[in-house]
Design a binder for this molecule. Structure first.
Ligand code: HEM
Length: 202
């Protein structure tokens, strides 16, 4: 039963991640609807393209890393996808940090996205370091935290679709989601990790 709900949750997470990543690449190609407020970001050039290239690639590379059989049967694939993921997070995080200071949505959005960028890079570097030290249980836990932050790209877009339906202006929704796109994700994964530690100790 738990297996089935885990698989369903992973499938939904992977589907949403791939969809947001593929749609985001439109910024690199300059096609489709591009958000005018984002194009007015003071640091758009060259940071927006770097950000989309790195962050969307991390979002694509991430989900497969949590598939146990792939890790066990194809460790080389896991390693290369992991390097691609970590490089994507670092490029996406550094450029996201710069973009945060040029947001047209003001200081609240800057604070939310800049904090996210710093924590995103820190959790990813920590996870990578632990893999190099072959401390795999801790590596796994930190990669789960890192991906919860990568997934902020998905929760941001879900929040921006839902909050205006509750009567909030788009600008207020955007400012709120600069924090709400990632803090709840971190709380959820901390609860999951605590439950796993409890089960392992039982
Ligand atoms: C997790 C850390 C992330 C941070 C700190 C971050 C930060 C930012 C910032 C500051 C902006 C500009 C916002 C503005 O000007 O108001 C932006 C835009 C954007 N980001 Fe990220 N981002 C992150 C993750 C991602 C991921 C994983 C993707 C992958 C799809 C992504 C894709 C985009 C896109 C496509 C835009 C253009 C805006 C849009 O159309 O929604 N970001 N990001």
């Amino acid at each position: 039963m738990l297996q089935l709900s885990n698989r369903l949750a992973w499938s939904l997470m992977a589907l949403l991640s791939v969809a947001v990543a593929l749609v985001s690449y439109r910024y690199l190609l300059g096609i489709g609807p591009l958000a005018p407020d984002i194009l007015r970001n003071a640091f758009r050039n060259p940071w927006l393209n770097l950000h989309v290239a790195g962050a969307a690639t991390a979002l694509l590379a991430g989900p497969g890393q949590f598939v146990g059989p792939l890790r066990r049967l194809r460790p080389q694939v896991h390693r290369w996808l992991g390097r691609t993921y970590a490089a994507g997070c670092i490029v996406g995080g550094l450029s996201g940090f710069v973009l945060a200071w040029g947001s047209t949505a003001g200081p609240i959005a800057t604070a939310g996205f800049a904090s996210l960028a710093v924590i995103w890079i820190a959790t990813t570097v920590q996870a990578w370091r632990l893999a190099l030290q072959r401390r795999f249980a801790e590596h796994r836990a930190w990669m789960i935290r890192s991906f919860a932050l990568t997934f902020a790209a998905v929760t941001l877009r879900l929040g921006l679709a839902v909050l205006p339906l509750a009567g909030m202006s788009m600008l207020d929704a955007y400012r709120a989601m600069a924090f709400l796109s990632w803090i709840p994700n971190l709380i959820v994964v901390e609860l999951l990790l605590a439950r796993q530690r409890g089960l392992a100790a039982a």
